[in-house]
Design a protein around this ligand. Structure first.
Ligand code: HAM
Length: 421
């Protein structure tokens, strides 16, 4: 028997209602906030991710699904959505459309990580990106949007963490300070941190193994230049002015290299180790970095699998996907079958979810199946009913049966459905 690849999932049945719920809320709210949808390919040139996410990040070093295609090109399954959207923005000359521009996307991402609850190798993100605005108003609006999205979905038990990574010069100064501090521990740091010390210094703050050294490490917020500081203060003021609760988290550095100034993450309290529901920030240098003009930008992405875990942990009731209300059962000659298929189509054309017997079972087996799938009413057609130009409707809850003349059956069923609701 073939098995799915480790860290991937088959999505079907009852769990689909969560996906519908999240995607519906995300699409609706995106429209309200003025985001248009963008769909980019799920694979890109490897170079795009190396350049944007960063050569020394965990994603590029360890987690990318990279392969050579039959034309000898190095291809990578997208580990995240920002770089492809920026590539599309530059390649399609979208800059000409004026600013700000706002895009959202929903789709699968791929990272070769150790699978566990809330961490998969194929996972899905809802992401949103804003191009063109250098203003802290954009940072504030983005965080408000992310917060509103979670609230609209019914979540409450989460926390927003914000930080500023400053501009390039601020960060360089801060990296030097971190190195100065960490040099005393260099011999005892874990192997990963020894590499981080040289190549990805900020990520020293993220290490679970060496967390004890973080407490006394210098804080990035003490190294921000005037402009970054002003930007960060104004963002915080705006968030407070609309009542958004947030925690300042000077250790928050994010795992992708493209960020500057604002970064944020939203953590759910009941998700354990994989608690980050969403993360994002400003990436003012990225568009230029991959060949475009200097255009400030920012965005965030939320993990859909983690949103589902959060919804379940908070017992949020999501809409059920409408099931077949009517099941059309029949037994008899060709005319009976014609009648059954015609009536099913007629009801469906009225927008009523209808199941039609496709298994050629006995009537009692058909009724049993209808009850198993939760149909509220069964239509029963046999040769006798056909001769008399009538159709029998059985209420599956009460067992009551009524007969309708054929011409009145659609209206009769509609009335019964309405009564039921
Ligand atoms: P990220 O923090 O790497 O950011 O991912 C965003 C969210 O995707 C995470 O908070 C988490 O919910 C989910 N996620 C990440 N990896 C996995 C995984 N292996 N399994 C399940 N869920 C996962 C980004 O990807 C940036 N592109 C966000 C962004 C957009 N920044 C600016 N614009």
């Amino acid at each position: 028997m073939y098995q799915k690849i480790k860290g991937t999932d088959d999505l079907y049945g009852e769990q689909m209602k969560y996906w519908y719920w999240i995607e519906k809320k995300a699409r609706e709210l995106s429209t309200i906030y003025g985001y248009g949808e963008i769909r980019t390919p799920i694979f890109e040139e490897t170079k795009l991710f190396v350049r944007s996410v960063g050569q020394d990040t965990d994603i590029v070093q360890k987690e990318m699904y990279t392969f050579e295609d039959k034309g000898g090109r190095s291809i990578t399954l997208r580990p995240e959505g920002t770089a492809p959207v920026v590539r599309a923005f530059v390649e399609n000359g979208m800059i000409a459309q004026g600013f700000p521009q706002k895009y959202f996307y929903i789709g699968p991402m791929f990272r070769y990580e150790r699978p566990q609850s809330g961490r998969q190798r194929q996972f899905h993100q809802f992401g949103a990106e804003i191009f063109g605005s250098p203003s802290p108003m954009a940072d504030a609006e983005l965080i408000i949007f992310a917060d509103r999205l979670l609230k609209e979905m019914g979540l409450i038990d989460y926390e927003i963490h914000v930080n500023s990574l400053g501009d390039t010069e601020d960060r360089e100064k801060y990296k030097e300070a971190l190195k100065e501090y960490y040099v005393q521990y260099l011999d005892v740091l874990c192997d990963d941190c020894k590499v981080r010390y040289e190549r990805n210094t900020l990520r020293l703050l993220d290490c679970k193994v060496d967390a004890k050294y973080v407490e006394n490490a210098p804080r990035i917020t003490d190294y921000l230049g005037e402009e970054s500081k002003k930007h960060y203060e104004e963002l915080k003021r705006l968030l407070s002015s609309v009542g958004i609760e947030y925690v300042e988290d000077p250790r928050l550095v994010r795992g992708l290299d493209y960020y500057n100034r604002t970064v944020f993450e939203i953590h759910h309290h009941r998700l354990g180790a994989m608690s980050a529901l969403a993360g994002g920030g400003r990436y003012d240098g990225l568009i230029k970095e991959i060949g475009g003009k200097e255009v400030p930008a920012l965005g965030f992405a939320a993990g859909i699998e983690r949103l589902i875990l959060s919804l379940k942990s908070e017992n949020v009731q999501v809409d059920e996907i409408s099931k077949n209300i009517i099941y059309v059962t029949y037994l008899g000659n060709k005319e009976v079958r014609n009648e059954a298929i015609k009536l099913a189509e007629l009801l469906r054309s009225e927008g009523i979810p209808v199941g039609l017997e496709l298994m050629e079972r006995s009537i009692s087996a058909q009724l049993k199946h209808a009850s198993r799938i939760g149909a509220r009413f069964c239509v029963i057609i046999g040769e006798d009913e056909l001769d008399r130009d009538v159709v029998v409707i059985k209420n599956m809850e009460t067992g009551e049966q009524v007969e309708f003349e054929k011409n009145f059956v659609v209206n009769g069923i509609k009335d019964m459905i309405q009564e039921m609701q």
